[in-house]
Unconditional design. Structure first.
Length: 292
């Protein structure tokens, strides 16, 4: 098994303490191609897993394009699994982490900055994660981008929060910029949960190859389709807006949570503050476990 990291994991660096030592981590491109060729040369079968949490569709497509460089013999024993997570999964995992934070605290959802569209997606995901939560203020900050976590903490305090909890929406753990007023929240997944999700992705990939002869490249090549300015929700499309395969009904059943609305609006950079207009008896239960 080989895990491919992108900007959500600082090129795979943030994955090293979470994955089993037997899982090889690469950044993609030539490194991935070289590793797969060496493994196939030893007669090993290889499953490649793009380690996006749902904000890096280009990582999935780039991984597929890299694997197209393999020879027919090398590709015959290589499969590309579905991405580790989707935006729907990330919303559920964030909601579970938010449930552990004090209700009176403001939440600051953090992730490394990507391209402008990946960054905009983080605002949408944070808004969906807040939708049925109990926290009045939910903000977004970009590690290595604008607004930075320190800016996000200051904004939360200016809005009246006395304490700010930083919630990682990526594999990267942010530094706490103001320990007097802020603290780090719960990680999205424990190492055991990460390996459980990986195992599920790998088993499914080999099952698809055995049952259908599908190596996973075709859907992955289309993962980044429309992942740009032209894919705006300001006009209608006849195709799905999901990047890659959306979470199945079984996935949502495991969460005990309804899937987010497919056409939830995008939110521009700026303040995301809760408006409590939901009936308490209409709120679904917050996720209590992080599972695939």
């Amino acid at each position: 098994m080989v895990a491919v990291g992108g900007h959500e994991s600082d090129g795979g660096q943030a994955l090293r303490g979470l994955l089993d030592p037997q899982v090889h981590t690469v950044t993609g491109g030539r490194g991935l191609l070289r590793w797969v060729r060496e493994a196939r040369g030893r007669g090993e079968r290889v499953c490649v897993v793009p380690m996006t949490l749902g904000r890096d569709a280009e990582l999935v497509a780039d991984t597929a394009r890299t694997l197209l460089g393999l020879s027919p013999d090398e590709r015959s024993g290589t499969v590309l699994a579905e991405p580790f997570g989707t935006a729907g999964h990330l919303v559920g995992w964030l909601r579970a982490a938010a449930a552990k934070a004090p209700a009176e605290a403001a939440l600051l959802v953090t992730a490394p900055s990507g391209d402008p569209f990946d960054d905009a997606e983080l605002y949408r995901i944070a808004r969906l994660a807040r939708q049925y939560g109990r926290h009045r203020t939910v903000e977004v900050a970009l590690i290595g981008g604008d607004p930075a976590p320190a800016d996000g903490v200051r904004r939360c305090l200016a809005l009246g929060a006395e304490r700010v909890v930083l919630l990682p929406a990526s594999w990267v753990t942010p530094e706490v910029p103001d320990p007097e007023h802020s603290e780090l929240g719960q990680a999205l997944l424990s190492p055991a949960a990460v390996m459980g999700v990986l195992d599920a992705r790998v088993r499914q990939a080999w099952r698809m190859l055995d049952e259908r002869g599908a190596d996973g490249l075709a859907p992955a090549l289309a993962a980044a389709h429309g992942h740009d300015h032209s894919h705006s929700h300001s006009h209608s499309h006849s195709h799905s807006h999901a990047h890659g395969d959306p979470p199945s009904e079984a996935d949502h059943a495991r969460y005990g949570d309804p899937p987010p609305r497919e056409h939830a609006p995008h939110f521009p950079p700026g303040r995301i503050q809760a408006a409590s207009h939901h009936r308490a008896d209409a709120r679904p239960a917050l996720v209590s476990r992080s599972i695939p």
